[in-house]
Design a protein around this ligand. Structure first.
Ligand SMILES: [Zn+2]
Length: 435
């Protein structure tokens, strides 16, 4: 029995090689810890023409090109596949390099290696991944970018009706990235640099490229109260009504126009109320030093307070303290109760009463918040009908925070966006197959 032959057949089976490819050599270099598998095809083999759409399956080999691909490690040893890849002559398309089943054209990695890199990249930062794989990180990034871009290009967004938009900073308080989510599917559709109206324009263009109709398709948008987003929505995700028009050979039908309903995200509205409480506290702390270093005690949910913070709050909110901050926090708590009202009608009546009272609070930041609420009335009330919320703030937000960590050490926001798509885009990435 020939042991070498058995080994070739065994590796061929393990790789899932199909005709006419077979393993013809197995070489292991213990010194450098490297396994090399030589692949080849028998003389006279015929190949498909690689041009897409060409049905020619019996092309003769013109000549060959030697190629090597990094494969998944064999235990702790690096494994490589090598083959002479045929260039075939098609009667219609001429001479071309054939596609091999274990790697995509132009890649120095096997598909299995690439899929493994994608799987790891969902779980760990790229810098240590590159180190673990013993590859330069630019090669790992190229693999990830290729598969993310290819998978995204094929996605269809024509059925998306409800979207959420939010911004996140790539670095603390700067370099903003705007994120657009499909709320029904809970996936990131689009992310881009900046946080102005132009980001909505870029989203609209991307929606067009994915089978969508940006000016008529979006029914509801959940976002914060930033004027830039509001302006961008009105300009780029809606259209003006117009009458039927004749002339120049084009008869445009009448259109009732379209505007998506804006729903202000509950979390962002409540954050504004909290800012008002903190503004009152900061001003008051100038004459009431006991308020210093109490910021989080006022802003955290009761359930999240530490024992110390709860004691601090109990002390500060005693009636005999007569703190303005206590009154501000009560107005904030009363505002939050808007979200617990049983019906939209109850909620709207409740909010009217709250505004009426809060305007007379003699607390300037609270009165300022009332003006914000009144200026954004419809979008705040709309939450009661749709109960839409930005999934960004629950599961997806943690994915985006993770994406920032994955791309840490890379200044490019494009890289961070790539990882956001990889981890939160629900992309149809290639699956593991045998080779
Ligand atoms: Zn052809």
């Amino acid at each position: 029995m020939d042991d070498g032959l058995d080994l070739n057949v065994m590796f061929g089976a393990a790789l899932g090689l199909a005709e006419p490819w077979q393993v013809v050599s197995v070489a292991f270099d213990q010194e450098i810890g490297r396994l090399d598998l030589g692949l080849d095809f028998p003389r006279g083999a015929r190949f498909n023409c690689p041009e897409s759409g060409c049905a020619e399956m019996g092309c003769a080999v013109h000549d060959t090109v030697d190629k090597t691909w990094r494969h998944l490690d064999f235990f702790e040893h690096q494994a490589y596949l090598s083959a002479r890849v045929p260039r075939v002559r098609c009667a219609e398309h001429g001479v071309h390099l054939v596609n091999v089943p274990w790697a995509r054209p132009g890649s120095g990695f096997t598909l299995l290696f690439e899929v493994a890199m994608l799987t790891y990249a969902k779980q760990m930062p790229i810098a240590p991944l590159a180190k673990m794989a013993r590859e330069h990180d630019t090669r790992i990034w190229r693999v990830i970018e290729h598969h993310v871009n290819t998978a995204r290009a094929g996605m269809d967004f024509s059925e998306v009706a409800d979207i959420g938009m939010d911004e996140t900073s790539a670095r603390r308080g700067q370099d903003y990235v705007s994120i657009f989510m499909d709320l029904a599917e809970r996936r990131v559709m689009f992310a881009t640099e900046g946080r102005d109206a132009a980001t909505v324009q870029a989203f609209a263009a991307d929606l067009s490229e994915h089978g969508g109709d940006p000016t008529t398709q979006i029914q509801r948008v959940c976002c914060d109260m930033s004027p830039a987003f509001i302006k961008g929505i009105k300009t780029h995700l809606g259209c003006e009504p117009h009458d039927a028009q004749e002339g120049e050979g084009i008869d445009a039908p009448a259109s009732p126009g379209h505007q998506p309903q804006i729903v202000f995200d509950r979390y962002h509205v409540v954050a504004k109320a909290n800012e008002a409480v903190d503004a009152v506290r900061r001003a008051e702390a100038k004459t009431r030093p006991e308020l210093k270093r109490s910021r989080y005690a006022w802003l955290k949910n009761d359930a999240n307070l530490t024992v110390k913070q709860r004691e601090q709050l109990t002390w500060l909110t005693r009636p005999s303290m007569h703190l303005k901050t206590t009154r501000a926090a009560r107005w904030r708590d009363d505002f939050n109760a808007f979200y617990d009202q049983p019906t939209p009608a109850d909620a709207e009546a409740y909010l009217h009463r709250w505004c009426y009272g809060a305007k007379r609070s003699r607390l300037e930041p609270i009165k300022e918040f009332v003006r914000t609420v009144e200026a954004h009335w419809d979008g705040i009330i709309a939450w009661q009908q749709s109960r839409l919320s930005n999934g960004l703030l629950e599961g997806t937000n943690s994915l985006i925070q993770a994406a920032k960590r994955r791309a840490r050490g890379y200044r490019s926001k494009t890289k961070m966006i790539t990882i956001i798509y990889l981890t939160a885009g629900k992309l149809p990435l290639p699956q593991i197959h045998t080779i």
